[in-house]
Ligand binder design. Structure first.
Ligand SMILES: Cc1ncc(COP(=O)(O)O)c(C=O)c1O
Length: 467
């Protein structure tokens, strides 16, 4: 006789019911995707009505799941900028690749806890393998390691903690107080904004971020960097880290990576390369030369959820000498089932409970190969070149000379300002582009992020930009 209450059916429905709903959901999502790809890129939702609708969810009265799923899909079709639309020329957020979407389903079904190698030995080993392969492809030595992160910001934060920990043996115990003079670090004024937040989070303060001038082309000025370090040393500050960008967020510019490496070496500073988006270029034999110097970094950020086109929440932190990671993150926890500092993710990364992040990149790399990812990248670069030609033929100028797939474009005066053009394009819903600042001027930022963008989408974009 069973004295236990039954499982809550709404949370754990019987097998046949799950199967029915999963099949329905698969069909519904396929229909929604076709709809999204043909429809407007920008949200069409009436937000006042949506907020009012949300108020009706006081969670007092359970509703049927199928009805809720239908409602959610409909609202998602109207209520977000559609990254899955091939006319999203956006902020590095990709149309998600299919193997990564399959991985999401598997991870959701098994829900492994990837904090510990004892709990999820296969998942931990699989992630470590992918990281090693990516690090080697990036030119790092064979013993290099790293881990998956929630995204580029977490990977960058990890680099900061490694730099501070290596810079002073007492940092781990005493924090910023350990340093004789205030710790400072260097990156360009075109860097990703995460670096300023990271300075705050790490306890060294936002003023520790030295935002070095660029050279007029969006790349960090090496003389300005050298001067900033010299001046800080004279003032009694303690330089700890140089961060070079390999693909700036606004214009895809690549800092002079070998020169930054040389300066870091001269001053014995940690050298990190933030290649959150541009790092995927390692896939392409033809184009990877633009990242020359990446292999000299102590650590690097590459996001799978950018140009590797996995679903969101899949970054990577790569590190040349992995012994620094346990020095930062090691901790005693008697209740954990394993305690290997070099293996267990909870002992060598920011996160504790950890989702099986890396399966998405594993399935995507394993099914498409480096060659598939190379083709994905090369086609985007080719499309950016086509857009550039189209714009120049219409009197625009492109003011960044990035080898990646992003354009910083300035319209001819008769079309109005970059700002008004971006507003007009977004209002039309025909495409999504953004306003950015590049070398002190407002530009229309156009980035090819979707792997299925085709010739017709480019025509729609050019039309939307010019009329
Ligand atoms: C160069 C660069 N670094 C870091 C980040 C932050 O990455 P995430 O948004 O994945 O945290 C971005 C995001 O666009 C980026 O462009």
């Amino acid at each position: 006789m069973n004295f236990l209450p039954d499982a809550v059916e709404a949370l754990f429905p019987p097998h046949a019911e799950r199967k029915r709903i999963e099949e329905w959901l698969t069909q519904a999502l396929q229909r929604a995707l076709l709809h999204i790809q043909a429809g407007p890129v920008t949200p069409t939702i009436d937000m006042a009505a949506f907020r009012a609708e949300l108020e009706t969810f006081d969670f007092g009265r359970p509703r049927p799941l199928e009805e809720l799923l239908r409602w959610t899909i409909e609202r998602m079709q109207q209520g977000i900028v559609q990254m899955a639309n091939p006319r999203y020329f956006g902020l590095f957020n990709p149309g998600p690749n299919f193997p990564a979407q399959c991985a999401e389903r598997i991870v959701a079904a098994f829900n492994p806890q990837v904090a510990s190698s004892a709990t999820s030995p296969a998942a931990v080993a699989l992630e470590a393998h992918v990281i090693r392969m990516v690090a080697q492809r990036a030119g790092f030595p064979a013993q290099s390691e790293g881990h998956f992160t929630s995204g580029g910001s977490e990977a960058n934060y990890t680099a900061m903690l490694c730099a501070l920990t290596r810079a002073h043996p007492q940092f781990a115990a005493d924090g910023a107080r350990a340093f004789a003079g205030p710790p400072v670090f260097y990156t360009s004024k075109e860097c990703h904004g995460s670096w300023v937040k990271i300075a705050h989070q790490a306890g060294i303060g936002r003023s520790a971020a030295r935002l070095v001038a660029t050279d007029g082309t969006g790349r960090m000025s090496v003389p300005a960097l050298a001067e900033a370090i010299a001046s800080d040393l004279k003032r009694g500050c303690t330089p700890v880290l140089i961060v070079a960008s390999a693909g700036t967020s606004s214009a895809g510019m690549i800092d002079p990576l070998p020169d930054c490496a040389a300066l870091a070496q001269r001053h014995r500073l940690w050298y990190h390369i933030d290649a959150a988006w541009g790092g995927a270029m390692i896939a392409s034999e033809k184009l990877r030369g633009v990242l020359a110097g990446l292999e000299r970094a102590d650590s690097a950020t590459i996001d799978a959820h950018k140009w590797f086109a996995t679903t969101m929440g899949c970054g990577m932190f790569l590190i040349r000498d992995a012994t620094t990671l346990p020095a930062v993150f090691q901790v005693a926890a008697s209740y954990m089932p394993s305690h290997q500092a070099s293996v267990d993710p909870y002992m060598n990364s920011v996160q504790w409970s950890r989702r099986f992040l890396g399966l998405r990149l594993f399935l995507s790399l394993a099914s498409a190969g480096w060659a598939g990812h190379a083709a994905h990248i090369e086609r985007a670069v080719e499309q950016a070149a086509k857009i550039r030609q189209g714009l120049e033929a219409r009197g625009w100028s492109v003011v960044n000379d990035s080898p990646l797939a992003v354009l910083a474009a300035v319209p001819p005066p008769e079309l109005g300002s970059a700002r008004t053009i971006v507003e007009r394009v977004l209002k039309s819903g025909r495409a999504w582009v953004s306003l950015a600042r590049f070398e002190e001027r407002e530009v229309v930022r156009i980035c090819v992020t979707h792997g299925e963008t085709c010739e017709e989408d480019l025509s729609v974009l050019l039309d939307a930009l010019t009329r």
